[in-house]
Design a protein around this ligand. Structure first.
Ligand code: BYC
Length: 483
């Protein structure tokens, strides 16, 4: 089949998978489309359906210049199906089939496993759009509002990416799964999204930036592992998704960094040295660093849960089958089969944390999570540089792996962020020191009133260093109807 590198705009769905000559899949996607648009209108960004937004649309998958910028009304966004180019001669990089040619069709014996992974991945994408749907109304600037909407349309494109794989490769049950992806709903009692963190609210902009820093970074790790897959269409899909994911993490990291910068500036301006002088700091209209730390604690723990259990037969099977690899598998120097290897995993043994050598295959979730922790630490280090440069005596830290966990070996363990084990009663009494409180939510809620003048920023966040696509500081990223 021809694989043009430019996007085909002739069919309703822009694509580089030659849908024009794949009538069955094209028709299946066209049938899915009205339900999708209905979902976007019901569950996508609330109140901005007619608003022109300065968005980036993918127009090719080449390393350079894959994006086009311009004003688009979100329901008219060209959600396309884009796969990274096929690598000639690619072989399965790991597992029992290592060295064999990659699969262009679903291997029958691994069909259910593969479908499950694609459905879980697909489910997170619309979930995040649902979680963030009210935030446009309280954006701290047009720049931030535009970034939110960019993240939203791209997460929705990632849903398209997974739906394409389901429709093309999984027949009738693929179609049913594609429908179900539009039926489940973040936080819904009777049909919630599959993974825990995607049923939490994203009530304010601090939470949004935390989500894009921590949860989108889980997305990066999972996509990197799926990009290694021996099922080539999945690998190619994930490789292109990763190019978009980088911007989402930038939004999170720079968003928190700008909040921290503003807080430290305001403290210095008012001569406040003590970061725990919360009342005075909040009186300046900025977010105190301890409240930011509590958000870090919450989002980090929720994101760790997304890696599943440390020891998992599912993960071992997916690796052995050649379906889901390790983070940057091809750069690791070992036999890529792991049958006789071990991996150090932290566990609770006789009331103390100990690192235990586990069989490497079932420990793959722990291993991916460890790579995630290293990646998170780098970002947190950059935030601490901003604090350090201001002279304020405070450091943001990542809590212990056992803090506030709901999945895996530390589920139900009462550990402090420092990793001390305490009894459940004491943990509950001290909870408000560690996790966001009702007071935090009310204070942050009181700050998040919209700022919609081009070039203006709410008082609790510093302006960014650069505009999007090098646009000037007062650029109108979102054209709101003005009276
Ligand atoms: N919540 O063997 P186990 C993103 C289930 S984020 C609820 O421990 P496994 C994005 C599990 O499904 C990345 N249930 O774990 C970010 C299994 O159920 P079944 C999303 C959970 O299977 C921001 C059972 O417990 N992509 O892209 O090795 C914005 C035993 O599981 C949870 C992926 O996650 C949980 N936290 O690994 C937008 C990649 N954890 O099958 C987007 C695809 C586990 O027995 N998914 N369970 O009924 C996977 O690789 C794996 O499914 C998991 C779990 C890593 C999630």
């Amino acid at each position: 089949m021809a694989e043009p590198s430019e996007i085909d705009y002739d069919t309703m769905i822009p694509n580089n998978v030659d849908l024009a000559h794949d009538r069955r899949v094209l028709r299946a996607l066209e049938r899915w489309h009205p339900g999708y648009i209905d979902w976007w209108k019901r569950m996508g960004p609330e109140g901005f359906g007619d608003t022109p937004v300065y968005l980036r649309t993918a127009i090719s998958v080449g390393a350079e210049g894959w994006a086009k910028f311009g004003y688009v009304k979100m329901p008219d966004y060209r959600w396309g199906i884009l796969l990274a180019p096929r690598e000639e001669g690619r072989v399965i990089p790991f597992g029992a089939h290592k060295g064999e040619p990659v699969w262009q069709e679903v291997p029958g014996e691994h069909r259910a496993l593969l479908r499950r992974l694609i459905v879980v991945q697909g489910d997170t994408e619309p979930a995040s759009v649902e979680q963030q749907r009210r935030l446009g109304k309280t954006a701290p600037s047009l720049y931030d509002m535009r970034n939110l909407f960019q993240v939203n349309v791209e997460e929705a494109r990632h849903l398209w990416a997974m739906v394409y794989l389901l429709q093309k490769y999984f027949g009738r049950d693929g179609r049913e799964e594609a429908e179900a992806l539009l039926r489940r709903q973040s936080g819904a009692e009777d049909s919630p999204r599959i993974l825990g963190a995607f049923n939490q609210e994203t009530p304010d902009w601090l939470s949004f930036f935390m989500f894009t820093f921590f949860t989108d970074r889980d997305g990066k790790m999972q996509l990197e592992s799926l990009a290694q897959s021996g099922f080539d269409p999945l690998s190619r899909t994930c490789r292109f998704m990763l190019t978009e994911e980088a911007h989402h993490m930038f939004v999170g990291e720079s968003g928190i960094s700008r909040i921290i910068e503003r807080t430290c500036q305001a403290m210095a301006g008012a001569g406040i040295d003590d970061p725990s002088d919360v009342e005075k700091i909040r009186g300046l209209g900025v977010i105190d660093l301890p409240a930011i730390q509590r958000q870090v604690n919450l989002h980090y723990a929720l994101s760790l849960d997304l890696f599943g259990s440390e020891i998992s037969t599912n993960a071992a099977n997916a690796f052995s089958a050649g379906i889901k690899g390790r983070y940057r598998e091809t750069r690791i120097e070992d036999d890529h089969r792991l049958v006789d290897d071990t991996y150090p995993v932290m566990k609770l043994v006789d009331g103390a944390f100990k690192t235990v050598a586990e069989s490497a295959l079932p420990a793959l979730n722990a291993r991916l999570r460890d790579a995630y922790v290293v990646d998170c630490r780098k970002g947190v280090g950059r935030w601490n540089k901003v604090i350090g440069a201001s002279g304020v005596d405070f450091r943001i830290t990542l809590p212990h792996l056992a803090f506030n966990r709901a999945i895996g070996a530390f589920k139900g363990v009462s550990a402090t962020p420092a990793g001390d084990l305490i009894d459940a009663g004491e943990w509950m009494r001290r909870r408000d020191q560690w996790l966001p409180t009702g007071d935090d939510a009310a204070f942050i809620g009181s700050l998040t009133i919209p700022e919609v003048e081009p070039g203006a920023y709410a008082g609790w966040i510093a302006p960014p260093r650069h505009g999007i696509n090098n646009m000037p500081g007062d650029f109108e990223y979102v054209r709101l109807a003005r009276p």
